[in-house]
Design a protein around this ligand. Sequence first.
Ligand code: NAD
Ligand code: TYD
Length: 349
Amino acid sequence: MNKTILITGGAGFIGSHVVRLFVNKYPNYRIVNLDALTYAGNLENLKDIEHASNYEFVKADIRDGSKMNDLFRQYNFDGVIHLAAESHVDRSIIDPNAFIETNVMGTANLLNAAKSLWANNMEGKRFYHVSTDEVYGSLGETGFFLETTSYDPQSPYSASKAASDHLVRAYGNTYHMPFVLTNCSNNYGQNQFPEKLIPLFINNICNNKPLPVYGDGKYTRDWLYVVDHARAIDLVFHEGRNGETYNIGGFNEWQNIDLIKLLCVQMDEKLGRAPGTSAQLITYVKDRPGHDKRYAIDANKINKELGWSPSVTFEEGLSKTIDWYLENEEWLNHVTSGDYQTYYSKQYS
Ligand code: NAD
Ligand code: TYD
């Protein structure tokens, strides 16, 4: 094993795709997946690689600073890819403190542990912080988020991610911590927890439940297939320039209502329902407080510098995603039992 890499949040949606890619692609790396297994963490996401000889799972909470110090000393990590976070905007509106504790304090704990382990030799070390485009706030009808766009977070989720981004850059500046940072647009794909738009709506269509569209449905997001995000993370981790930020996006903007209509068409086809059946479930509901109007990423920097671009069209990615959910009913049943029902009635009643 020539490197030991810590991946935090590896049992979650994006993290599990990153862990899988690294375990399979880098047999000489020892991959340590650290995750607290919150409602969003699920080891079923990693069944295919759980017995790999270069993979290890550690159940731990990044809010526990002394535990992080112990683990960094024990494993002597060479690199960190930090994805663990509270990640859902609606939950951040219900309970902002959980976001401040995990996203801000948790990130600080990891930075402190890395700083103390690497104090005498930063050579070849790297702290990779995975962040979101939501830190830039909301766009009007035109324009794109660039790496130089000023931060203007509007939700407790995006504010907590913005704070963590600032901490990473501050540790880079003050303590010469070698870091890279990426801000990515909305992801979709296999294993996404059904609280986010696409898997929630797939699940509701399967169960003939209303599709709750916030406000007028004319909010715009830039969607990226999760496997393409994992590919970008691999590239930036290995080839990104130290201290740099890269925006990652799908060049793929959709108004929510148009996306939902496309999803309904694909679902009708796959479920053998008459055209228009799923769209009848569309129900306009009360808007999300402080709802950001539009996100759109300019991903030209990562494209030009590192040669990255998305590999699938949205129609293909969405179709693969739906197929996965239809084939993995058991996974969906597990994650939607218990606490999910409590959250759902609180959010949508
Ligand atoms: P997710 O909610 O699916 O997974 C988060 C993971 O972090 C879970 O496995 C959870 O158990 C773990 N976790 C949460 N709190 C923890 C704690 N205190 N200690 C240890 N582990 C903890 O999230 P995701 O959608 O996979 O997002 C991963 C990262 O990517 C986040 O940092 C998020 O901000 C960022 N991101 C997400 C998107 C998106 O569209 N989902 C887009 C851009 C950036
Ligand atoms: P979401 O998947 O929560 O991602 P984010 O808020 O981080 O962009 O939501 C995507 C868009 O879909 C956003 O504009 C909010 C909207 N939305 C709904 O209209 N209804 C829903 O039930 C959910 C979860 C989201």
